[in-house]
Design a protein around this ligand. Structure first.
Ligand code: SF4
Ligand code: F3S
Length: 235
């Protein structure tokens, strides 16, 4: 066991004039997750602490938070990973705070919906499944891993400076279908992303790639989408 000082961002826009921080002194195992510490605070110290969580196993994408200044999933971040006994948890940036660590995800999902994140193919269905070679499947394998946690978009300085930027998460999910050989909606998606708030708002800053808990090569995927727009080819 070790002593941990956990500093938590607190803000309720309905009752508070401005945010503040609450600090808790806790005992923790090095293998405890930041989410475990927050559950301890909520369960034993202050039941009003608000944060999203669901699966607690890095799959649902609910618990993206800023932990010691960097976007991470609280359920995947161990105390020992942080290499300090002082841990600060704040909400992800660029989206309005609803309460404590809970932000309004609606603008994030509005951007996601804009890129048509679903399979498009109006051709008659084959008798069996639509076949795809192993190589064609591998083309978009990386971008299938997205769990829509928002850690990428909310770590992007281009998004902070203009929240109309569609953001890396939406581009990742567009990439997943644009480069799917069975899909027929690529041209429409590329046109959407060629907008003034589309893919060219990306300045190749790489924060998104560093933040992604699924280790998706986001900046590379964005580069591939830019190239497809510029050349008119998916090769
Ligand atoms: Fe989260 Fe990565 Fe998907 Fe972005 S690309 S929403 S960081 S899983
Ligand atoms: Fe932002 Fe990632 Fe591009 S951090 S500027 S979307 S490489």
């Amino acid at each position: 066991m070790q002593k941990i000082t956990l500093k938590l961002f607190r803000y309720n826009p309905e009752t508070d004039t401005k945010p503040h921080y609450d600090t808790f002194e806790l005992e923790a195992e090095p293998t405890d997750r930041v989410l475990d510490l927050m559950e301890k605070v909520k369960g034993y110290h202050d039941g009003s602490l608000s944060f999203r969580r669901s699966c607690a196993h890095g799959v649902c994408g609910s618990c993206a938070m800023r932990i010691n200044g960097q976007n991470m999933l609280a359920c995947k971040t161990l105390v020992q990973d942080l290499k300090t006994s002082r841990i600060t948890v704040e909400p992800i940036l660029g989206l309005s705070v609803l309460k404590d660590m809970i932000v309004d995800m609606d603008p994030f999902f509005d951007s996601y919906k804009k890129v048509m994140p679903f399979f498009v193919n109006d051709e008659p269905k084959p008798a069996q499944e639509r076949h795809q070679s192993i190589e064609d499947r591998e083309r978009f394998d990386d971008t299938t891993k997205c769990i829509l946690c928002g850690a990428c978009t909310t770590s992007c300085p281009s998004f902070w400076s203009n929240d109309e930027y569609i953001g890396p998460a939406a581009i990742v999910n567009a990439h997943r279908f644009i480069f799917d050989s069975r899909d027929k909606g690529a041209a429409e998606r590329l046109q959407i992303l060629n907008d003034q708030f589309g893919v060219y708002r990306c300045r190749t800053i790489f924060n998104c790639t560093v933040a992604c808990p699924r280790e998706i090569q986001i900046t590379q995927a964005i580069g591939e989408v830019k190239k497809a727009i510029a050349t008119g080819s998916l090769d």
